[in-house]
Write a protein that binds this ligand. Structure first.
Ligand code: TXA
Ligand code: MG
Length: 332
């Protein structure tokens, strides 16, 4: 496990030596936080049940919410599934891996129920961050990693967010700010139809280029199949502050008037200049979670989010805004 020498500062630069150090922690049955191109993850080897258990415990994660398994090579993913799963990997990997796309596949015996939360499927992705890929290669084993936040809180997009949630107890490899800032697109394919279980930056339009049918709910950016994607039934990505949505600048001004000192407005970057006298911040995908955390650090009571067409057109971002505000998907 991690020794006392790390207790002062658990955020480490991702040098070759530090990546080897993190690999050793994983080999010894510990957990480490890692950068990915989407959000930071809390990682453990899939063949270390005690470490997987530790992830659930530290996050306060419900036991019925399975973890994503991360691989560094397509062949590593093959071992986690069956023949049909391999064909799906071949179809998707060439176009989307490494990258922010997670495939839900039939699980092989190699994947324990600790990881799948008892389901017969496993979620697999190959991340695009070089530090994480080097770490997976160094441990030589697929690595399970949910987002490295306390369950229900906004996902971490910089190393310091992980430290805020877990204190000095978890070693964090610092890969800088996450390039995407929102979690991966999760899909499940059945009978040749791609079901988007969680929207991400890989869009339905891009998935449709694979000549498969893609199903999303037409009337809502929140695409939820609770039976298939246990994680979507929980309130996610939520700051302490109350989050409300509005559509116009006038609505935003009115909403902020009630308690101007404790209210933060998030608006599309091109509108930033229009709101003098208010605490206004830019609303964009990469920094959305960071802004929620920043507002909480300032003891903000209300976050008003201006969702004009430029925002609602961003399916994944709009989905996370809605979930932060407590607007739930159908059937939840
Ligand atoms: O971008 C990401 O996906 C990040 C980085 C760290 O890779 N990970 C992440 O993990 O967001 P997590 O645990 O916060 O979200 C995983 C989602 C949950 O909604 C979970 O229910 C779903 O994937 N999931 C995992 N295994 C599944 C399975 N076998 N079937 C259906 N959904 C599954
Ligand atoms: Mg998460």
């Amino acid at each position: 496990m991690v020794s006392g020498s790390y207790t002062c500062r658990m955020i480490l630069q991702p040098t070759h030596e530090n990546i080897q150090r993190a690999a050793e922690v994983l080999r010894n049955g510990g957990v480490v936080a890692v950068p990915t191109e989407t959000v930071y993850g809390l990682a453990a080897r899939i063949d270390q049940p005690a470490a997987i258990e530790e992830i659930f415990r530290r996050k306060g994660r419900p036991r019925d919410n399975p973890l994503i398994v991360h691989v560094a090579a397509v062949e590593q993913a093959y071992d986690l599934t069956n023949e049909h799963g391999k064909q799906l990997i071949n179809a998707f990997a060439a176009r989307f891996w490494p990258g922010p796309l997670t495939l839900v596949l039939q699980a092989s015996r190699l994947v324990t129920s600790y990881v799948t939360a008892g389901l017969d499927t496993v979620a697999v992705r190959m991340p695009r961050h070089p530090v994480f890929l080097e770490l997976i290669n160094a441990v030589g084993c697929p690595v399970a990693a949910p987002s490295a936040n306390i369950s229900g809180k906004p996902s971490p997009t910089i190393a310091e967010h992980v430290e805020t949630d877990f204190g000095n107890n978890v070693l964090v490899l610092d890969g800088g700010p996450c390039e995407i800032g929102l979690e991966s697109t999760v899909v499940h394919v059945s009978n040749g139809i791609v079901h988007v279980l969680r929207p991400g930056v890989v869009t339905a339009e891009e998935l449709a280029t694979l000549a498969l049918d893609v199903v999303e709910q037409a009337d809502s950016p929140i695409v939820v199949d609770v039976a298939r994607s246990p994680g979507m039934k929980y309130r996610h990505y939520a700051p302490q502050a109350h989050v409300v949505l509005c559509k116009t600048a006038d609505e935003l001004r009115a909403a902020c008037q009630h308690d101007i000192a404790h209210t933060v407005a998030l608006v599309p970057a091109y509108m930033l200049e229009q709101f003098s006298g208010l605490q206004v911040r830019a609303l964009q995908q990469q920094t959305f979670y960071e802004e929620l955390r920043r507002a909480d650090a300032l003891q903000t009571r209300l976050i008003v989010v201006l969702c004009d067409q430029s925002i609602t057109a961003q399916n994944a971002l709009y989905n996370r805004i809605q979930r932060a505000s407590g607007i739930e998907g159908k059937g939840q």
